[in-house]
Design a protein around this ligand. Structure first.
Ligand SMILES: Nc1ncnc2c1ncn2[C@@H]1O[C@H](COP(=O)(O)OP(=O)(O)OP(=O)(O)O)[C@@H](O)[C@H]1O
Ligand SMILES: [Mg+2]
Length: 231
């Protein structure tokens, strides 16, 4: 039986995922600062709402709601319309009570009948717990809850990918998928690229693909490899 998939709707991304993210997967997006994590997450939810009629919830742990709306509007997306039609909810949460965060997520997903969920930046959980053991327990319980809700979820991880030693936090081991976003210096310029490190339940592209981040949002150049572009 073919796997049920959540098409991201991000141009080129479903192609390198051989059709999309297997439904209900929990995916961590790890990336350099400014590599496009927030833009990609918003595009995932906006495309879900407008192209596939699937509702999505964006939990913002850092940026206020208005900032996220503005980011989308700068790409020409009618974020407020998607919100008014209850296909998108953007909720800025202050992370001072982890159980409250879980309730907020659960309520919002139920209210919209959401199939997509984003928590950005998810890595902030770590800062909340003094003890590593507490952090692990809570992240595991959150992952369990997300599975139960049946959403295809993306959690972002702010990390410098040059520091390979700190690349694999617990989130990545719990996650069904890991997507890496790079914004790196190559010779005399910066380039953006994406790679799928793992994705349970599907074949993936083994390559590093260039990304185009423009006025229209993010596009993955599925037919190209990063290094072929620069030679
Ligand atoms: N409308 C736009 N047109 C072109 N480029 C844009 C637009 N909006 C944002 N960008 C570019 O996208 C880059 C990455 O943005 P984004 O906030 O998604 O990165 P991030 O990985 O979430 O960063 P952070 O680590 O700070 O959270 C910005 O630095 C900016 O250069
Ligand atoms: Mg961000």
């Amino acid at each position: 039986m073919p796997v049920e998939r959540t098409q991201t709707g991000v141009p080129g991304l479903d192609e390198i995922l051989f059709g999309g993210i297997p439904a209900s997967n929990l995916v961590v997006i790890s990336g350099d600062p400014g590599s496009g994590k927030t833009c990609l997450c918003l595009e995932y939810l906006y495309m879900g709402a407008t192209k596939f009629g699937e509702a999505g919830v964006y939990i913002s742990l850092e940026e206020p709601e208005e900032e996220i709306i503005k980011t989308g509007e700068n790409f020409g997306w009618d974020i407020k319309k998607a919100m008014a039609s209850r296909k998108l909810a953007i909720i800025a949460v202050e992370l001072y009570d982890f159980d409250k965060l879980k309730n907020t997520i659960e309520d919002a997903v139920a209210r919209l009948g959401a199939k997509r969920l984003v928590i950005d930046p998810g890595v902030i959980f770590r800062l909340y717990f003094e003890r590593e053991l507490d952090a692990r327990k809570r992240i595991l319980s959150l992952a369990k809850m997300l599975k139960r809700l049946g959403c295809t979820a993306i959690i972002t991880n702010e990390i410098s990918l040059d520091k390979t030693s700190s690349l694999f936090g617990l989130e990545e081991y719990v996650a069904d998928g890991v997507v890496l976003l790079y914004h790196t210096k190559l010779e005399d310029r910066f380039v953006r690229s994406i790679g799928i490190l793992k994705m349970r339940g599907t074949k993936i592209s083994e390559k590093l693909h260039p990304i185009d981040l423009s006025q229209e949002g993010i596009k993955v150049m599925a037919k190209h490899e990063l290094f072929e572009e620069v030679t």
